[in-house]
Design a protein around this ligand. Structure first.
Ligand SMILES: NC(=O)c1ccc[n+]([C@@H]2O[C@H](COP(=O)([O-])OP(=O)(O)OC[C@H]3O[C@@H](n4cnc5c(N)ncnc54)[C@H](O)[C@@H]3O)[C@@H](O)[C@H]2O)c1
Length: 387
């Protein structure tokens, strides 16, 4: 696959226009289609402004900005994607609508065209089942904002041609992205492994152990995370974050490890969605100071509890063969900017210590939510490490 390959993008919303920009910056001609013609036109016009700003800041040259924009062609029908070597779908997250689009796409593209979906939560296998040849469908999951975040989760469905995995990974690397390969399972790597970052923080708050700013401060000042869990939920939007948690919980047949929080549900019901609505866990309409974490021992406890839950999730993902050790760690550092890979972090803390902490939580709560991964138990017994 070289730069002469035309890339099709369906859906010119947040993700679609970002992916179109990435492909065009990598030198491909891009054909961009959206069910709404006004949306494509506006997205392409807005992108010119984004590229001009990048040029003004010296991040790209003026020529590159103009050339990138010039490579993106808005179109008003699906047939215009017929000559593409790869089509990236980034439309609404609805299985029935995606299936219809893929069935239609299969008819207008040639047999060698790779058909990729950017879905965050749907099964690649289920989308591919809409096609008579599901072997050319693959998940290529970009993160928001696509031009900035380097991670792409490469997700083959059950019927995907294994050759596509290597081919797509190479293509993503040529777009200066970091591809990680993962099994077609709910939440892929990042949206699965990151659940306790939000869920356990919410639990700590619900139990009255610490208030919201104290939890955020501890995670940043002691844990080294760029943002605290509540700040991040406010940035993502409580509606989106709650929907992802609910969808992962349902997709795992109600495994208590992924149980959503009633506190967050109430935030959504109140319309306190976060930054975008002016109010979430914090007020954005009147400013709110976070101050410094005062109680270091309590802060340490908070970080430990959330961190071992994250490590447990990463270990269990490895145990179930969702992805390799390196890809799990890469996914969390490149996709959600964690300060360290979780498995590397587990080694540094000591596997036995992580297990002891999880067992203490399990005993304290008598909840399946805190069950340690069998992999951690085995490693602690055998005295092995991840690296
Ligand atoms: N927003 C994120 O943070 C994020 C991150 C990673 C993945 N995703 C996934 O990317 C996909 C798109 O998300 P988004 O946030 O860009 O959505 P969006 O709502 O911003 O854009 C979706 C676009 O698809 C268009 N569309 C809807 N149905 C269509 C159809 N049948 N044919 C052509 N166009 C159609 C809409 O007009 C809209 O412009 C979803 O599958 C989502 O799960 C989103």
């Amino acid at each position: 696959m070289d730069k002469s390959m035309t890339v099709g993008v369906i859906g010119a919303g947040t993700m679609g226009i970002g992916i179109a920009q990435v492909a065009a910056q990598a030198g491909h001609n891009v054909v961009l289609y959206d069910a709404r013609e006004d949306v494509v036109k506006k997205a392409v016009a807005d992108l010119l402004g984004t590229l001009d700003k990048l040029a003004a800041k010296g991040k790209i040259s003026g020529e590159e900005a103009a050339a990138t924009h010039g490579r993106i062609k808005p179109v008003n029908n699906l047939k215009a994607l017929s000559g593409c070597g790869l089509v990236m779908e980034a439309i609404v997250e609805d299985l029935a609508i995606k299936k219809k689009v893929f069935a239609d796409l299969e008819k207008v593209t040639s047999a060698g065209t790779i058909l990729a979906t950017n879905t965050s939560s749907l099964s690649i296998t289920a989308i591919a089942a809409a096609c008579s040849d599901p072997s050319r469908i693959i998940g290529l999951h970009f993160f928001n904002p696509a031009p900035i975040l380097p991670l792409v989760e490469v997700v083959p469905g059950l019927a995907t041609d294994p050759k596509l995995v290597a081919q797509s990974s190479q293509l993503m690397a040529s777009w200066k992205k970091v591809p990680v390969i993962c099994k077609d399972t709910p939440g892929f790597i990042v949206n699965r492994v990151a659940r306790p970052f939000y869920g356990e923080a919410l639990r700590i708050h619900e139990e009255g152990i610490a208030d919201i700013p104290a939890i955020d401060r501890a995670m940043k000042e002691i844990g080294g995370f760029k943002m605290g869990p509540f700040e991040l939920m406010d940035l993502i939007g409580n509606d989106i974050n709650f929907a992802v948690t609910e969808s992962v919980f349902r997709a795992f047949f109600f495994d208590p490890r992924y149980k959503p929080s009633i506190t967050q549900q109430r935030m959504v019901e109140a319309g306190w969605l976060g930054r975008k609505s002016g109010r979430g866990y914090y007020r954005y309409d009147q400013g709110q100071e976070q101050g410094q974490e005062q109680d270091h021992a309590r802060g340490q406890e908070i970080v430990e509890r959330i961190l071992v839950m994250l490590i447990n999730e990463a270990a269990e993902a490895l145990n179930l063969g969702i992805a390799s050790r390196d890809d799990i760690d890469l996914a969390m550092t490149k996709g959600v900017s964690y300060p360290k890979g979780l498995l590397k972090w587990a080694d540094e803390k000591g596997i036995a210590e992580c297990l002891t902490k999880l067992e203490a939580l399990e005993e304290q709560y008598s909840e399946d939510r805190y069950r340690p991964s069998p992999l951690l138990r085995r490693m602690a017994r055998e005295g092995t490490t991840f690296y």
